[in-house]
Design a protein around this ligand. Structure first.
Ligand code: PMP
Length: 382
């Protein structure tokens, strides 16, 4: 059957032996908090990043349809060639204004943005200082830059300060604002101070804080009055669509336009998706968005209190709650048991995390009953 097939079979067997084989599972309906992966199997979904419930919102879908009618299905080329359209620029202006940045630049996805942005600013002679729990796309993007990468223990300011003293032509520190698998917040003010002392750039990934934290959901940097050099906002999580924007100054944007390989060498985001994201950001930034966030945060507080009632530690810093399970096998078994009880919380295992866990992500679309059902099921399996 060929060399690749042989390798695949051997590797899959090894992965299965370690409890690390993964599987796809297509859903039959639009995203939502109540899903039916298999006929008759009704689950309350705690695994999406749809923090405001906008992924299945009819107005956002309508904006996508209208955008497609006007702009077509695809961008047809890299934005640098002929794949650049007005909705891209409108969305960039709206995101920049929301975050109080001079400018923003759209990428095809958060993963693509992180793949390309580091290499635009640092190269072989330079130093990157990175939190050990940063997202995989950050890790990959840092590697692509070819800069020297030094990793500090999670949130350890002293270690970060020490690493920033290492030699390097240019220095850059990168952190998630909210850590995707732990749900805690980075100490951005302190990190900004360290960067200022070391003349280092600060890059903040707001994937899990945009739309969730800060005034009008502008993110953790705005909440803390931290002006980072570059800031990544994904449009795929709280905003429920796809794509990502990197904000900074006009010059930062222009350098990314000229140098970010994941922008230069990839087809532009379909402009219709920019139309959909514009509608989602409009909703999130409006009084309705504030109401959605208020509902989300009520759910967060309720779930955290319930977890503490079960003797599980819980921080109320974001919509993300890890329930640590130890081994990959225990995480998989726990998730299966929860599923039998009607709760979907996917197991997260290495290499995504060091300690296997169930990851619960709350949404404004969850009702109190949904949250209580998750807590009841956890009580039963715990
Ligand atoms: N950064 C972080 C912190 C993430 O959690 C993710 C997605 N899991 C990404 C970037 C990538 O974003 P996208 O899904 O839009 O590619």
């Amino acid at each position: 059957m060929g060399v690749a097939d042989e390798i695949a079979r051997a590797e899959l067997e090894a992965l299965a032996g370690q409890g690390l084989r993964r599987q796809l599972e297509p859903l039959r309906k639009a995203p939502g908090v109540e899903i039916e992966p298999r006929p008759g199997e009704r689950l309350i979904n705690f695994s999406s990043n749809d923090y405001l419930g906008l992924a299945g919102d009819g107005r956002v879908a309508q904006a996508l349809a209208k955008g497609a009618a006007q702009w077509g299905a695809g961008a047809s080329a890299s934005r640098l060639v002929v794949g650049d359209f007005e909705p891209h620029h409108e969305l960039e202006r709206v995101v920049a204004a929301l975050e109080g940045s001079q400018a923003a630049l759209l990428f095809g996805s958060g993963y693509a943005a992180n793949s390309g942005l580091f290499g635009a600013f640092v190269q072989r002679e330079d130093l990157i200082v990175s939190d050990e729990l940063n997202h995989a796309s950050i890790i990959d993007g840092c590697r692509l830059s070819r800069a020297r990468i030094e990793v500090y223990p999670h949130g350890d300011l002293e270690a970060a300060a020490k690493l920033l003293k290492l030699p390097g032509r240019r220095k850059l520190l990168v952190t998630d604002a909210v850590f995707s698998m732990d749900g805690d917040r980075a100490p951005l003010r302190e990190l900004l101070r360290l960067c200022a002392e070391a003349s280092a750039m600060l890059v903040v990934d707001e994937a899990h804080s945009s739309g969730v934290i800060g005034p009008r959901g502008a993110g953790l940097c705005v909440e803390l009055d931290v002006v980072s050099d570059l800031r990544l906002t994904t449009l795929s999580k709280a905003f429920g669509v796809f794509g990502a924007a990197v904000s900074g100054t006009h010059a930062v944007r222009e350098l990314l336009v000229s140098r970010a390989r994941s922008l230069l060498f990839a087809t532009g985001l379909p402009p219709a998706l920019a139309c959909a994201a514009l509608e989602a950001v409009r909703i999130s930034s409006s009084p309705e968005g504030d109401e959605l966030r208020a509902r989300l945060w009520r759910n967060i507080r309720r779930f955290a209190a319930g977890l503490r009632g079960l003797g599980l530690g819980a921080r109320e810093e974001s919509a993300i709650f890890p329930v640590l399970m130890g081994s990959p096998e225990r995480a998989v078994a726990g998730a299966l048991r929860l599923r039998e009880l009607g709760i979907l919380a996917k197991p997260i295992r290495p290499p995504t995390v060091a300690v296997s866990r169930l990851r619960f992500a709350l949404s404004a679309a969850h009702s109190e009953e949904h949250v209580d059902a998750a807590l009841k099921a956890l009580r039963e399996i715990w």
